[in-house]
Design a protein around this ligand. Structure first.
Ligand SMILES: *[C@@H]1O[C@H](CO)[C@@H](O)[C@H](O)[C@H]1NC(C)=O
Ligand SMILES: *[C@@H]1O[C@H](CO)[C@@H](O)[C@H](O)[C@H]1NC(C)=O
Ligand SMILES: *[C@@H]1O[C@H](CO)[C@@H](O)[C@H](O)[C@H]1NC(C)=O
Ligand SMILES: *[C@@H]1O[C@H](CO)[C@@H](O)[C@H](O)[C@H]1NC(C)=O
Ligand SMILES: *[C@@H]1O[C@H](CO)[C@@H](O)[C@H](O)[C@H]1NC(C)=O
Ligand SMILES: *[C@@H]1O[C@H](CO)[C@@H](O)[C@H](O)[C@H]1NC(C)=O
Length: 757
């Protein structure tokens, strides 16, 4: 069955490469370019927290008290959620002792990275206390912390049943009614397990004869209150998301690269009311079930982040998951986002099941009868034997719409958070924040047609992996935890959009054009929401009747050049989705590569100007069917002045003997070749260092010597770097899917290479 997905993978690999099979289209359509790019220097309204500690990876938001609690390496912080950088934070120092760290080092662990107390768990325990666990230099400890005074208790609790030893191990945990539900790889030997502790009935997963979990790396867990509004008296469930080693199974027939090592994404669930078995499955979950989670390329996806959007009704709960896709040959690094509906997950968990067949040592579909009541609901001991041997469901959970919402090449998503935003017109849109491994946040809205990335924001100057994301509705903020600190960003920055069209093109469900104020405002901040103009679904309608005069027309600039010179007419496209459109004399549309014109993202280059190039030029941004004037120029090409000829007179050359002339020609050719080589290597280095990832590149404009008038040296580094398709520079390569970018390595009018005199 997965054989049929193989062409898709191929198509994805080929996308952006040289002419490929027609299969490439579907993948391309899913790749969204962020509309706006906000580099670190242009951030605004951002607050920042950083102390002595590192690794601010655990975040807990308490909306009621407006506190953001942070677990870092060797410390806990309590920050004001209104402004995390207000300087009035509280801190608990919680380091492992020198003695503990020495022992950790003796056990062969790294005393520069691992032998510290990394706080991995921080949750509200009850009305008065928080609960925290730390790796504590490979001897995990936990503590109930008085939330009010924010001080450490005098005694600790043993953490080895509750917290991973290794700070980089996948871990997820929840406090539910005072009980701890944690999933990670515990102990020194790293045994994966889903456990309940601090509870009258401590439970864990079964290991024999069938391992319920194999090498699992946990990502996320969530409680879904399915008992509410359940006609059949269903229990609340806890869902766990992880990646694990695939069992020898699962129908992968035609394509089976390395049977033992490939990993698959999973969702598992247990019932909150599970009490464990009496004789069979004693102190074990009796409600454990797991199923495969499919997104795009089943063999190569690793789950990185999951978020749950709870609707008012649990039945409408849905999840978004971020995967990274890595092929065996490491030729591709990409991320995918899929959405799953709880209803689909529930349907998969209702059967059929898989069964381990001792004879073939493989998992196959279980065809026998299922004892009643079904595993996963209410359990008498009769069914426990069945449960013990049938943890795995036969059907995978497929994403909503049957495919990913987004595929992004050269991007490594590490986390995501989402929130439903209701718009004045009625519909609710899911807004997602996707964090990357190099410190950027992509803000995206989920539309019927797919995902639209509203903006990409660089939140850390130093590239670093974002480790946590939390959204606060009350503070209208996103909190970002990373190795170097915590960042607080506004959920929307509508003021960035200056005109009605700009405001609706953005398609930010938080932003709308206020016709009474002629400004783009956050829909949450104004009283009369119904008057706001928005067009989230299409992003181009509603402004026709608005009184918005638009931004003032740009002033006309004049340019005058000598015949034969090159001239660049700058025109910066503010949106990455806009196409530059140039008109000459108000009507003639200029196309790239014709009549000496080159159209780039940052301007129009007119090469070897002739008198017919004179005229008035207007630059428009064309986006989503809308056209905006960005710049206009009046260009005059003057006849070239009679040759100033400071160079060696031509007569000299004429007198040279033919063989000397040949030498000259050869030398010039050699130098020319050298120049070309240099230009290519420069381009290549620029590509390697540029790190595409959708950032736009600027022309580098260097004015050539004054003598040449306004001759301009133009170098545009293309979006497509030599060799990137084959080498996949771990995300460092340029963005190949962004469409063609102008690529000019202009032969210079007055070369900078040494000249023969
Ligand atoms: C780590 O261990 C090395 C010896 O292997 C020692 O020289 C160094 O001081 C230790 N570093 C810390 C921070 O303890
Ligand atoms: C909360 O839990 C702590 C630690 O177990 C306990 O000392 C405290 O009494 C509890 N508070 C309430 C209100 O139950
Ligand atoms: C902690 O932060 C450092 C960088 O400051 C990073 O290299 C390391 O991977 C982080 N460790 C964990 C466990 O996140
Ligand atoms: C219009 O803008 C002004 C400030 O520029 C603000 O005080 C006022 O509340 C706004 N009106 C509406 C309806 O948003
Ligand atoms: C809100 O705006 C709409 C449309 O402009 C208008 O019809 C309505 O009267 C306004 N309501 C209030 C309470 O101002
Ligand atoms: C554009 O207008 C200028 C000045 O009016 C004229 O010289 C030029 O020939 C026109 N060019 C074209 C292509 O129509």
């Amino acid at each position: 069955m997965w054989g049929s997905l193989w062409p898709l993978l191929l198509g994805f690999l080929m996308a952006g490469a040289a002419p490929g099979p027609s299969l490439r289209r579907p993948s391309r359509e899913l790749d969204a370019t962020p509309r706006m790019t906000i580099p670190f220097e242009e951030l605004s309204g951002v607050r920042h927290f950083q102390a002595q500690a590192q690794n601010y990876s655990t975040l807990l938001l308490e909306e009621a008290s407006a506190r953001l609690l942070v677990g870092a390496r060797g410390a806990l912080f309590s920050l004001s959620a209104r402004d995390i950088g207000d300087g009035a934070h509280k801190e608990i120092q919680w380091e492992a002792s020198l003695e503990t760290r020495r022992k950790c080092h003796q056990k062969g662990k790294n005393n520069q990275t691992e032998c510290f107390n990394h706080v991995r768990f921080l949750q509200r325990l009850n009305a008065t206390h928080l609960y925290a666990c730390g790796t504590h230099a490979f001897q995990p400890l936990c503590a109930a912390i008085d939330a009010e005074s924010f001080t450490m208790p005098s005694s600790f609790e043993e953490g080895k049943e509750r917290c991973p030893y290794d700070p980089t191990r996948g871990f997820t945990g929840l406090v539910i009614d005072g009980g701890l539900y944690t999933a990670t790889r515990y102990e020194f030997r790293s045994i994966p397990d889903i456990r309940r502790s601090r509870h009258p009935h401590s439970l864990r997963t079964e290991e024999a004869p069938v391992h319920w979990l194999n090498d699992a790396e946990f990502v996320f867990s969530v409680l879904v209150r399915e008992s509410e509004a359940s006609a059949v008296g269903d229990d609340d469930k806890v869902y766990f998301f992880f990646t694990e080693r695939a069992a020898a199974e699962e129908g992968s027939s035609s394509f089976n690269p390395s049977r033992s090592s490939h990993r698959v994404a999973r969702v598992a669930r247990v019932c909150k009311g599970d009490l464990g078995g009496k004789k069979i499955l004693q102190k074990k979950w009796t409600s454990f079930l797991k199923a495969r989670l499919l997104c795009h390329i089943p063999q190569y996806e690793t789950l990185r982040g999951v978020c749950s959007l709870d609707a008012d009704l649990s039945a409408r709960t849905h999840f978004y998951a971020a995967f990274t896709l890595t092929t065996q040959w490491k030729t591709l690094e990409a991320s995918a986002i899929c959405r799953y509906d709880l209803a689909e997950v529930q349907a998969v968990f209702s059967g059929p099941y898989m069964e381990y067949q001792d004879g073939t040592r493989r998992w196959g579909r279980y065809e026998g009868g299922v004892p009643e009541p079904r595993p996963g609901s209410d359990l008498p001991s009769l069914v426990l034997d069945f449960v013990k041997l049938h943890p795995l469901m036969a059907r995978p959970v497929v994403p909503s719409r049957g495919r990913p919402l987004l595929l992004k090449r050269h991007v490594h998503y590490t986390h995501l958070a989402g929130i439903p935003v209701s718009t004045p017109a009625g519909p609710t849109y899911d807004l997602l924040f996707l964090a990357t491994a190099d410190g950027w946040i992509h803000k995206a809205v989920v539309l019927a047609s797919g995902m639209h990335i509203i903006e990409e924001t660089q939140v850390f100057r130093q590239p670093q992996s974002v480790e946590n994301l939390v959204i606060s509705l009350r503070q209208h903020s996103l909190y970002v935890g990373a190795p170097s600190g915590v960042i607080q960003l506004p959920l929307s920055t509508c003021w960035r959009y200056r005109s009605c069209y700009d405001c609706i093109l953005a398609r930010d469900p938080y932003c709308g054009w206020d016709p009474s104020n002629l400004s783009c405002v956050a829909a949450t901040t104004i009283a009369n929401r119904t008057s706001l103009i928005q067009d989230i679904e299409r992003g181009n309608r509603g402004c026709e009747g608005s009184r918005d005069p638009g931004p003032p027309p740009p002033p006309l600039k004049t340019r005058s050049v000598l015949r034969g010179d090159d001239v660049l007419l700058p025109c910066d496209q503010p949106s990455n989705l806009a196409r530059a459109l140039w008109l000459l004399n108000g009507s003639k549309s200029l196309s790239d590569g014709q009549d000496g014109y080159r159209v780039g993202v940052d301007g129009l280059l007119v090469t070897d100007t002739q008198p017919e190039h004179s005229g008035s030029y207007s630059c428009f941004a064309e986006e989503n069917g809308l056209r905006t004037l960005l710049a206009s120029y009046s260009l005059t090409v003057r006849p070239a002045t009679p040759a100033p000829a400071p160079q060696a007179p031509a007569t000299n050359e004429a007198r040279l003997a033919p063989d000397v002339r040949l030498l000259y020609v050869l030398a010039i050719a050699a130098l020319g070749g050298l120049c070309l080589l240099l230009a290519f290597s420069l381009l290549y280095v620029a590509c390697l260092r540029g790190g595409g990832r959708g950032r736009r590149r600027k022309y580098s404009l260097g004015r050539a010597s004054r003598a040449g008038g306004s001759a301009v040296q133009l170098q545009t580094v293309s979006g497509q770097c030599p060799g990137e398709e084959d080498e996949g520079e771990d995300g460092e390569g340029a963005e190949g899917l962004e469409g063609s970018r102008l690529q000019i390595i202009k032969k210079n009018h007055r070369p900078r290479c040494p000249r023969l005199s």
